[in-house]
Design a protein around this ligand. Structure first.
Ligand SMILES: [Zn+2]
Length: 297
């Protein structure tokens, strides 16, 4: 079994023992956990984040990196009070070992400003948040306008705003381009931009961007073509399991071995066969080691 660093996971303190066992069973020896606040997908994470960071530290889980996912909807109730509070949380959680922030697709797809216009990531009111992330050296994990199938009428995640994917990406890129000092990880193969050529060009044009690789990318070309692009950008790629979504796995439950890990092990074998050993090693583990494990405080 291939052991690897998973750059996109979700778990909380709830059922942590079971989750760690299931990660081990799947070959996951480290990773980036995007811990959620209340009511993400309607699931409640139990306990608070500072307490969770304490548990991670106490257990010596040095290869398991934690990112904070705030309840962004409060911005639309509290305005700058939310921003000031979030900046204080970022400083506090950074001191407790947290390494990044999560921005979700509710910006662009579901949130509205008080005047009825769609709320987007480049809202100037959020600038102090990005600046604080830069100060403490946090990565920002960004999931925007994804997946494209959400725009098919009747889709589960059908957007409430009228912005197109391209509009949302433009708003996102304003923040990314204004902050070259911040590393951004664009979830799901660069927010599922659906084309190997665009994937390649986007990374060339945005040196501060990295990607986690969801299952989408394999359908964008032959294994040889995908392998060539992954080889080229290998120092900036992470494996990205995400939810391992299945009926059997609500957000704080262990993953399902057959549903999640068997297909992923097959994908990893496939990538390994289509790139150099050095590139595969970076994607498998080396990037997580260099960016997060070696630099942990
Ligand atoms: Zn996710």
């Amino acid at each position: 079994m291939i052991q690897f660093f998973d750059g996109h996971q979700h778990y909380s303190q709830k059922n942590l023992d079971e989750i760690l066992l299931s990660l081990k069973a799947g070959g996951v020896a480290g990773g980036i956990n995007l811990w959620g606040g209340d009511q993400i997908f309607g699931y409640h994470y139990s306990g608070d984040f500072a307490e969770f960071l304490g548990i991670i530290r106490q257990r010596g889980m040095k290869s398991f990196i934690q990112f904070y996912w705030p309840n962004w909807s409060l911005y639309f109730e509290q305005g700058q009070a939310f921003v000031q509070n979030l900046c204080a949380e970022i400083r506090r959680y950074a001191g407790l070992g947290c390494r990044g922030l999560k921005v979700w697709k509710d910006f662009g797809m579901y949130f509205f400003n008080a005047d009825g216009t769609p709320a987007t990531m480049d809202d100037p009111g959020l600038e102090p948040v990005w600046k604080t992330c830069a100060e403490v050296g946090w990565t920002i994990s960004v999931h925007q306008a994804d997946p494209s199938r959400a725009w098919i009428p009747g889709a589960t995640f059908f957007p409430k705003t009228t912005l197109s994917r391209e509009d949302i990406f433009r708003h996102r890129d304003k923040v990314i381009e204004a902050h070259p000092e911040i590393t951004f990880i664009l979830c799901h193969s660069l927010n599922n931009i659906e084309n190997l050529g665009i994937f390649d060009q986007y990374l060339d044009a945005h040196p501060n961007v990295k990607a986690d690789l969801s299952d989408a990318i394999d359908s964008w070309g032959t294994p040889e073509q995908v392998g060539r692009i992954l080889e080229k950008h290998a120092p900036r790629m992470f494996i990205g399991i995400d939810m391992g979504w299945s009926e059997k796995r609500p957000i704080d439950r262990p993953w399902d071995l057959e549903f999640t890990w068997t297909p992923w092990q097959k994908r990893l074998e496939n990538w390994k066969a289509h790139m150099s050993a050095e590139a595969f090693e970076l994607i498998r583990w080396g990037n997580g080691q260099r960016d997060y494990i070696d630099t942990a405080k």
